[in-house]
Design a protein around this ligand. Structure first.
Ligand code: 13P
Ligand code: SF4
Length: 344
Protein backbone atom coordinates (compact mmCIF):
# COMPACT_ATOMS: atom_id res chain seq x y z
CA UNK A 1 0.00 0.00 0.00
CA UNK A 2 1.45 3.41 -0.94
CA UNK A 3 1.66 6.08 1.72
CA UNK A 4 0.06 9.42 0.86
CA UNK A 5 1.90 12.73 1.07
CA UNK A 6 -0.38 13.63 3.95
CA UNK A 7 0.63 10.53 5.92
CA UNK A 8 4.36 11.02 5.18
CA UNK A 9 4.23 14.60 6.42
CA UNK A 10 2.39 13.69 9.60
CA UNK A 11 4.81 10.78 10.19
CA UNK A 12 7.77 13.16 9.85
CA UNK A 13 6.17 15.64 12.26
CA UNK A 14 5.84 12.83 14.83
CA UNK A 15 9.40 11.59 14.15
CA UNK A 16 10.98 15.03 14.60
CA UNK A 17 8.68 16.30 17.33
CA UNK A 18 9.86 19.66 18.69
CA UNK A 19 13.00 19.51 16.51
CA UNK A 20 10.80 20.55 13.54
CA UNK A 21 8.62 23.62 12.98
CA UNK A 22 6.63 24.18 9.79
CA UNK A 23 5.66 27.77 8.99
CA UNK A 24 3.27 28.81 6.24
CA UNK A 25 2.31 32.08 4.60
CA UNK A 26 -1.43 32.77 4.30
CA UNK A 27 -1.26 32.34 0.50
CA UNK A 28 -0.34 28.65 0.78
CA UNK A 29 -3.03 26.22 -0.32
CA UNK A 30 -5.13 24.28 2.17
CA UNK A 31 -3.35 20.93 1.60
CA UNK A 32 -0.10 22.55 2.75
CA UNK A 33 -1.38 24.95 5.39
CA UNK A 34 -3.09 22.16 7.37
CA UNK A 35 0.39 20.75 8.17
CA UNK A 36 1.84 24.01 9.47
CA UNK A 37 2.51 24.83 13.12
CA UNK A 38 2.19 28.55 12.51
CA UNK A 39 0.61 30.66 9.76
CA UNK A 40 1.18 34.36 9.29
CA UNK A 41 1.76 37.39 7.14
CA UNK A 42 5.33 38.38 6.28
CA UNK A 43 5.79 40.37 9.49
CA UNK A 44 4.38 37.70 11.78
CA UNK A 45 6.49 35.00 10.15
CA UNK A 46 9.68 37.07 10.49
CA UNK A 47 8.84 37.75 14.16
CA UNK A 48 8.20 34.08 14.81
CA UNK A 49 11.73 32.96 13.91
CA UNK A 50 13.44 34.59 16.88
CA UNK A 51 11.44 32.62 19.43
CA UNK A 52 11.67 29.23 17.71
CA UNK A 53 13.75 26.50 19.35
CA UNK A 54 13.29 23.93 16.56
CA UNK A 55 16.47 22.75 14.87
CA UNK A 56 14.72 22.47 11.47
CA UNK A 57 12.39 25.21 10.28
CA UNK A 58 10.51 24.46 7.06
CA UNK A 59 9.23 27.61 5.45
CA UNK A 60 6.23 27.23 3.13
CA UNK A 61 6.14 30.51 1.23
CA UNK A 62 8.39 32.24 -1.28
CA UNK A 63 12.16 32.47 -1.29
CA UNK A 64 12.64 35.96 0.17
CA UNK A 65 10.62 34.92 3.23
CA UNK A 66 12.85 31.88 3.82
CA UNK A 67 15.92 34.08 3.30
CA UNK A 68 14.72 36.46 6.00
CA UNK A 69 14.18 33.47 8.27
CA UNK A 70 17.75 32.30 7.53
CA UNK A 71 19.12 35.76 8.37
CA UNK A 72 17.20 35.85 11.67
CA UNK A 73 17.81 32.20 12.63
CA UNK A 74 19.99 31.36 15.62
CA UNK A 75 23.34 29.60 15.06
CA UNK A 76 22.85 25.97 14.11
CA UNK A 77 19.20 26.38 13.14
CA UNK A 78 18.44 25.08 9.65
CA UNK A 79 15.93 26.84 7.41
CA UNK A 80 14.44 24.84 4.53
CA UNK A 81 12.13 25.77 1.69
CA UNK A 82 10.27 22.94 -0.09
CA UNK A 83 10.69 24.53 -3.54
CA UNK A 84 13.74 26.78 -3.99
CA UNK A 85 12.35 28.08 -7.32
CA UNK A 86 9.37 29.61 -5.54
CA UNK A 87 10.59 33.17 -5.97
CA UNK A 88 8.68 36.45 -5.84
CA UNK A 89 8.96 38.10 -9.29
CA UNK A 90 8.55 41.53 -7.71
CA UNK A 91 11.58 40.90 -5.49
CA UNK A 92 13.54 40.08 -8.65
CA UNK A 93 12.68 43.53 -10.08
CA UNK A 94 15.25 45.12 -7.78
CA UNK A 95 18.66 43.51 -8.32
CA UNK A 96 21.05 44.50 -5.51
CA UNK A 97 23.78 45.99 -7.78
CA UNK A 98 21.18 48.30 -9.40
CA UNK A 99 19.81 49.34 -6.03
CA UNK A 100 23.31 50.18 -4.85
CA UNK A 101 24.12 52.10 -8.06
CA UNK A 102 20.90 54.14 -7.83
CA UNK A 103 21.55 54.94 -4.16
CA UNK A 104 25.12 56.00 -4.94
CA UNK A 105 23.87 58.31 -7.68
CA UNK A 106 21.12 59.85 -5.55
CA UNK A 107 23.41 60.34 -2.56
CA UNK A 108 26.15 61.85 -4.74
CA UNK A 109 23.92 64.92 -5.07
CA UNK A 110 24.65 65.81 -1.44
CA UNK A 111 21.35 64.78 0.10
CA UNK A 112 20.99 61.75 2.34
CA UNK A 113 18.63 59.31 0.62
CA UNK A 114 17.60 56.49 2.95
CA UNK A 115 16.49 53.17 1.42
CA UNK A 116 13.41 51.38 2.68
CA UNK A 117 12.90 47.96 1.11
CA UNK A 118 9.65 46.07 1.20
CA UNK A 119 10.47 42.61 2.60
CA UNK A 120 9.60 41.28 -0.87
CA UNK A 121 13.24 41.81 -1.82
CA UNK A 122 16.40 39.72 -1.79
CA UNK A 123 18.68 39.38 1.23
CA UNK A 124 21.35 41.21 -0.83
CA UNK A 125 19.01 44.20 -1.22
CA UNK A 126 18.28 44.18 2.51
CA UNK A 127 22.05 44.18 3.10
CA UNK A 128 22.40 47.25 0.84
CA UNK A 129 19.65 48.97 2.87
CA UNK A 130 21.54 48.29 6.09
CA UNK A 131 24.75 49.71 4.61
CA UNK A 132 22.96 52.93 3.58
CA UNK A 133 21.36 53.38 7.03
CA UNK A 134 17.94 52.15 5.94
CA UNK A 135 15.69 49.27 6.83
CA UNK A 136 12.86 47.12 5.55
CA UNK A 137 9.09 47.02 6.01
CA UNK A 138 6.14 44.77 5.36
CA UNK A 139 2.67 45.74 4.22
CA UNK A 140 1.64 45.60 7.90
CA UNK A 141 4.05 48.31 9.08
CA UNK A 142 4.88 50.29 5.92
CA UNK A 143 3.57 53.57 7.34
CA UNK A 144 5.49 53.34 10.62
CA UNK A 145 8.65 52.39 8.77
CA UNK A 146 8.25 55.12 6.15
CA UNK A 147 7.80 57.71 8.89
CA UNK A 148 10.95 56.35 10.55
CA UNK A 149 12.87 56.45 7.27
CA UNK A 150 11.89 60.09 6.65
CA UNK A 151 13.42 60.97 10.01
CA UNK A 152 16.76 59.39 9.05
CA UNK A 153 17.60 61.62 6.09
CA UNK A 154 16.42 64.07 3.45
CA UNK A 155 14.54 61.63 1.24
CA UNK A 156 13.50 57.98 1.09
CA UNK A 157 14.04 55.49 -1.72
CA UNK A 158 11.17 52.97 -1.44
CA UNK A 159 11.57 49.69 -3.29
CA UNK A 160 10.62 47.57 -5.13
CA UNK A 161 6.82 48.04 -4.90
CA UNK A 162 5.81 51.46 -6.17
CA UNK A 163 2.14 50.80 -5.34
CA UNK A 164 2.84 50.06 -1.69
CA UNK A 165 5.09 53.13 -1.66
CA UNK A 166 2.37 55.33 -3.20
CA UNK A 167 -0.41 53.90 -1.04
CA UNK A 168 1.65 54.48 2.10
CA UNK A 169 2.53 58.03 1.02
CA UNK A 170 -1.21 58.64 0.43
CA UNK A 171 -1.95 57.58 4.02
CA UNK A 172 0.70 60.04 5.19
CA UNK A 173 -0.66 62.84 3.02
CA UNK A 174 2.59 63.30 1.12
CA UNK A 175 1.84 65.48 -1.95
CA UNK A 176 2.34 63.95 -5.41
CA UNK A 177 4.71 66.81 -6.20
CA UNK A 178 7.16 65.38 -3.65
CA UNK A 179 7.26 61.92 -5.24
CA UNK A 180 9.41 60.77 -8.12
CA UNK A 181 9.73 57.39 -9.85
CA UNK A 182 13.39 56.59 -10.50
CA UNK A 183 14.85 55.08 -13.67
CA UNK A 184 16.58 51.77 -13.10
CA UNK A 185 18.04 50.96 -16.54
CA UNK A 186 21.81 50.43 -16.39
CA UNK A 187 23.68 53.22 -18.17
CA UNK A 188 20.86 55.74 -17.72
CA UNK A 189 20.53 58.31 -14.94
CA UNK A 190 18.23 57.32 -12.07
CA UNK A 191 16.63 60.76 -12.03
CA UNK A 192 16.87 64.27 -13.33
CA UNK A 193 19.10 66.03 -10.77
CA UNK A 194 16.72 68.99 -10.20
CA UNK A 195 13.66 66.80 -9.80
CA UNK A 196 15.51 64.40 -7.48
CA UNK A 197 16.62 67.33 -5.34
CA UNK A 198 12.97 68.32 -4.77
CA UNK A 199 11.57 64.82 -4.20
CA UNK A 200 11.09 63.42 -0.72
CA UNK A 201 9.92 59.99 -1.84
CA UNK A 202 11.73 58.19 -4.64
CA UNK A 203 9.88 55.16 -5.92
CA UNK A 204 11.37 52.08 -7.57
CA UNK A 205 9.19 51.14 -10.58
CA UNK A 206 8.35 47.58 -9.46
CA UNK A 207 5.04 45.93 -8.68
CA UNK A 208 3.40 42.56 -8.10
CA UNK A 209 1.90 41.53 -11.46
CA UNK A 210 -0.94 39.73 -9.70
CA UNK A 211 -2.07 42.67 -7.56
CA UNK A 212 -1.23 45.23 -10.26
CA UNK A 213 -3.77 43.54 -12.56
CA UNK A 214 -6.67 44.36 -10.24
CA UNK A 215 -8.48 47.30 -11.83
CA UNK A 216 -10.88 49.77 -10.21
CA UNK A 217 -13.58 48.82 -12.74
CA UNK A 218 -13.77 45.36 -11.13
CA UNK A 219 -14.57 46.95 -7.78
CA UNK A 220 -17.29 49.08 -9.39
CA UNK A 221 -18.68 45.93 -11.04
CA UNK A 222 -18.78 43.93 -7.81
CA UNK A 223 -20.45 46.80 -5.96
CA UNK A 224 -23.13 46.86 -8.66
CA UNK A 225 -23.57 43.08 -8.55
CA UNK A 226 -23.56 42.77 -4.73
CA UNK A 227 -25.22 45.86 -3.19
CA UNK A 228 -23.85 46.55 0.29
CA UNK A 229 -20.68 44.53 -0.28
CA UNK A 230 -17.55 45.68 1.58
CA UNK A 231 -14.31 45.57 -0.37
CA UNK A 232 -10.93 44.93 1.25
CA UNK A 233 -7.71 44.76 -0.78
CA UNK A 234 -3.98 44.28 -0.31
CA UNK A 235 -1.91 47.51 -0.57
CA UNK A 236 0.16 46.00 -3.41
CA UNK A 237 -2.87 46.96 -5.55
CA UNK A 238 -2.72 50.21 -7.56
CA UNK A 239 -3.67 53.39 -5.64
CA UNK A 240 -6.94 53.79 -7.61
CA UNK A 241 -8.02 50.34 -6.40
CA UNK A 242 -7.03 51.04 -2.79
CA UNK A 243 -8.96 54.33 -2.90
CA UNK A 244 -12.05 52.56 -4.29
CA UNK A 245 -11.94 49.86 -1.57
CA UNK A 246 -13.41 50.16 1.93
CA UNK A 247 -10.18 49.00 3.51
CA UNK A 248 -6.65 47.94 2.58
CA UNK A 249 -3.98 46.11 4.49
CA UNK A 250 -1.74 43.09 4.90
CA UNK A 251 -3.02 39.54 4.69
CA UNK A 252 -3.51 39.57 8.48
CA UNK A 253 -5.47 42.80 8.22
CA UNK A 254 -7.74 41.13 5.65
CA UNK A 255 -8.22 38.14 7.98
CA UNK A 256 -9.14 40.45 10.89
CA UNK A 257 -11.49 42.46 8.66
CA UNK A 258 -13.47 39.31 7.84
CA UNK A 259 -13.47 38.11 11.46
CA UNK A 260 -14.77 41.47 12.71
CA UNK A 261 -17.51 41.85 10.08
CA UNK A 262 -21.11 41.47 11.28
CA UNK A 263 -22.78 38.06 10.72
CA UNK A 264 -24.46 38.10 7.32
CA UNK A 265 -21.96 40.58 5.83
CA UNK A 266 -20.81 40.35 2.21
CA UNK A 267 -17.10 40.95 1.62
CA UNK A 268 -15.15 41.00 -1.64
CA UNK A 269 -11.39 40.56 -1.29
CA UNK A 270 -8.65 41.69 -3.64
CA UNK A 271 -5.73 39.39 -2.96
CA UNK A 272 -4.45 35.85 -3.58
CA UNK A 273 -7.32 33.43 -3.98
CA UNK A 274 -6.13 30.71 -1.56
CA UNK A 275 -6.60 33.13 1.33
CA UNK A 276 -9.98 34.28 0.01
CA UNK A 277 -11.29 30.71 -0.29
CA UNK A 278 -10.05 29.87 3.24
CA UNK A 279 -11.83 32.90 4.68
CA UNK A 280 -15.03 32.08 2.75
CA UNK A 281 -15.01 28.60 4.27
CA UNK A 282 -14.11 29.80 7.78
CA UNK A 283 -16.96 32.32 7.98
CA UNK A 284 -19.68 30.51 6.00
CA UNK A 285 -21.45 29.26 9.13
CA UNK A 286 -21.80 32.88 10.35
CA UNK A 287 -23.69 33.67 7.16
CA UNK A 288 -20.85 35.81 5.77
CA UNK A 289 -20.49 35.76 2.00
CA UNK A 290 -16.81 36.17 1.08
CA UNK A 291 -15.78 36.27 -2.58
CA UNK A 292 -12.70 37.27 -4.60
CA UNK A 293 -12.95 40.57 -6.50
CA UNK A 294 -11.02 38.60 -9.12
CA UNK A 295 -9.40 35.18 -9.01
CA UNK A 296 -5.76 36.10 -8.38
CA UNK A 297 -3.30 33.23 -8.13
CA UNK A 298 0.36 33.48 -7.14
CA UNK A 299 1.94 30.68 -9.16
CA UNK A 300 5.12 30.90 -7.10
CA UNK A 301 3.30 30.39 -3.81
CA UNK A 302 1.59 27.44 -5.50
CA UNK A 303 4.93 25.72 -6.20
CA UNK A 304 4.88 24.44 -2.64
CA UNK A 305 2.59 21.43 -2.85
CA UNK A 306 1.80 18.77 -0.27
CA UNK A 307 3.89 16.27 -2.29
CA UNK A 308 6.85 18.65 -2.38
CA UNK A 309 6.64 19.18 1.37
CA UNK A 310 6.50 15.41 1.89
CA UNK A 311 9.59 14.91 -0.31
CA UNK A 312 11.56 17.42 1.73
CA UNK A 313 10.49 15.93 5.06
CA UNK A 314 11.26 12.37 3.90
CA UNK A 315 14.95 13.37 3.65
CA UNK A 316 15.15 16.37 5.93
CA UNK A 317 18.35 15.36 7.76
CA UNK A 318 20.20 15.08 4.42
CA UNK A 319 18.66 18.20 2.81
CA UNK A 320 20.91 21.24 2.39
CA UNK A 321 19.44 24.14 4.36
CA UNK A 322 19.15 27.61 2.84
CA UNK A 323 22.46 29.33 3.32
CA UNK A 324 23.38 33.00 2.83
CA UNK A 325 26.91 34.36 2.42
CA UNK A 326 28.05 35.42 5.92
CA UNK A 327 28.21 39.14 5.10
CA UNK A 328 24.79 39.17 3.44
CA UNK A 329 23.29 37.26 6.37
CA UNK A 330 24.84 39.67 8.87
CA UNK A 331 23.83 42.87 7.05
CA UNK A 332 20.34 41.74 6.08
CA UNK A 333 19.83 40.77 9.72
CA UNK A 334 20.74 44.36 10.71
CA UNK A 335 18.05 45.74 8.34
CA UNK A 336 15.42 43.23 9.55
CA UNK A 337 16.31 43.69 13.21
CA UNK A 338 15.89 47.46 12.85
CA UNK A 339 12.35 46.92 11.61
CA UNK A 340 11.52 44.38 14.32
CA UNK A 341 12.87 46.70 16.99
CA UNK A 342 11.03 49.80 15.68
CA UNK A 343 7.78 47.84 15.36
CA UNK A 344 8.10 45.76 18.56
P1 13P B 1 1.69 40.05 3.54
O1 13P B 1 2.93 40.54 4.20
O2 13P B 1 0.54 40.98 3.67
O3 13P B 1 1.37 38.68 4.03
O4 13P B 1 1.94 39.98 1.96
C1 13P B 1 2.97 39.30 1.36
C2 13P B 1 2.81 39.23 -0.09
O5 13P B 1 3.65 38.72 -0.79
C3 13P B 1 1.63 39.83 -0.68
O6 13P B 1 1.62 39.61 -2.06
FE1 SF4 C 1 5.29 38.16 -4.84
FE2 SF4 C 1 2.92 38.97 -5.72
FE3 SF4 C 1 3.29 36.39 -5.13
FE4 SF4 C 1 3.16 38.22 -3.18
S1 SF4 C 1 1.52 37.62 -4.59
S2 SF4 C 1 4.66 36.58 -3.36
S3 SF4 C 1 4.18 39.96 -4.19
S4 SF4 C 1 4.32 37.57 -6.77
Amino acid sequence: MTTSAHQRIEAARKRFGSRLAILGHHYQNEAVIRHTDFQGDSLELARKIEGLDAEHVVFCGVYFMAESAAALARAGQKIHIPHADATCPMADMAPAPRVEAVLNELNAQGRKVVPLAYVNSSAEVKAVCARFGGSVCTSANARVMMEWAFQQGDAVLFLPDRHLGDNTANLMGLPQSQRLTVGIRPGQPAADADKAARARLLLWPGSCAIHHALKKQLIDDIRAAMPGVKVVVHPECPPAVVKAADSAGSTSHIIRYCAQAEPGASIAIGTEVNLVLRLAERHRAEGKTIVPVKTMRCTNMAKTTEERLAELLDNLEAAAPLSLPAEVAEQSRVALARMLQICS
